[in-house]
Design a protein around this ligand. Structure first.
Ligand code: GLN
Length: 215
């Protein structure tokens, strides 16, 4: 059973711990370098990317995390976590940095005011296209989207034209909201709050098949 850490500086840590356990992993929180070094994979939760960026630097976890990503640590970033995994960021605040690793440009708070938060049933490659697979119920909360993705990035999901309640999605239809590059997985949405652990299960299997990374 792989041990998967959840970065626990800010954000919805507990929900990810729970979803990882539901998906069959051992879950633990990560706040220090020694804890980072002891996990087989890491989740960067949703929250506020500017705050998490600051705390990463204060806790001196930013450089160790960058090094771990380079050395092949599997990482799943959700929402603010997706922003942290992006090589480039649009609408960030002055001085905001990311950890990087994914050859994508993300746009923060991309959906704008009117649709700050909404739910949608999404087709996610590797999940809803499995035999008997259903679309994934997803929640978007002041979410980013991927504006641009490099050639190594596998696109797993795009925004549909309608939300679950039938209302049209005003902006963002067709935008990339789930992607994978090697051992890095990112989603704009929060799968950890719907009780559907299939995205976490996808990450757990990515960790299982990654073998030991070097730190
Ligand atoms: N808007 C937040 C940010 O820019 C992300 C929101 C979330 O993680 N739910 O960091």
């Amino acid at each position: 059973t792989p041990t998967i850490g959840v970065l626990a500086l800010q954000g919805d840590v507990r929900e990810h711990v729970h979803a990882l356990e539901q998906a069959g992993a051992r879950a633990t929180t990560v706040r220090r370098r020694s804890e980072l070094e002891s996990v087989d994979g890491l989740v960067l939760p949703g929250g506020e990317s500017t705050t998490i960026d600051k705390l990463l630097r204060i806790f001196e976890l930013d450089e160790p995390l960058r090094a771990a990503v380079k050395d092949g640590l599997p990482v799943y970033g959700s929402c603010a976590g997706m922003i942290l995994l992006a090589d480039r960021i649009e609408a960030g605040i002055e001085g905001q940095r990311t950890i990087g690793g994914m050859d994508v440009t993300v746009r923060r708070n991309a959906f704008g005011r009117q649709v700050d938060s909404f739910e949608a049933d999404l087709d996610v490659a590797g999940i809803s296209d499995a035999p008997g697979g259903e679309p994934v119920r997803t929640v978007f909360i002041r979410a980013p989207w991927i504006e641009e993705a490099g050639p190594e990035v596998e696109i797993l999901a795009r925004i549909p034209s309608h939300a679950t309640d039938g209302s049209p999605v005003a902006v963002g239809a067709g935008k990339i909201v789930a992607a994978r590059q090697g051992r890095l997985l990112a989603t704009s949405f929060h799968p950890e709050i719907t009780g559907d652990a299939r995205v976490h299960a996808l990450f757990v299997s990515l960790v299982r098949h990654s073998g030991p990374h070097e730190l």
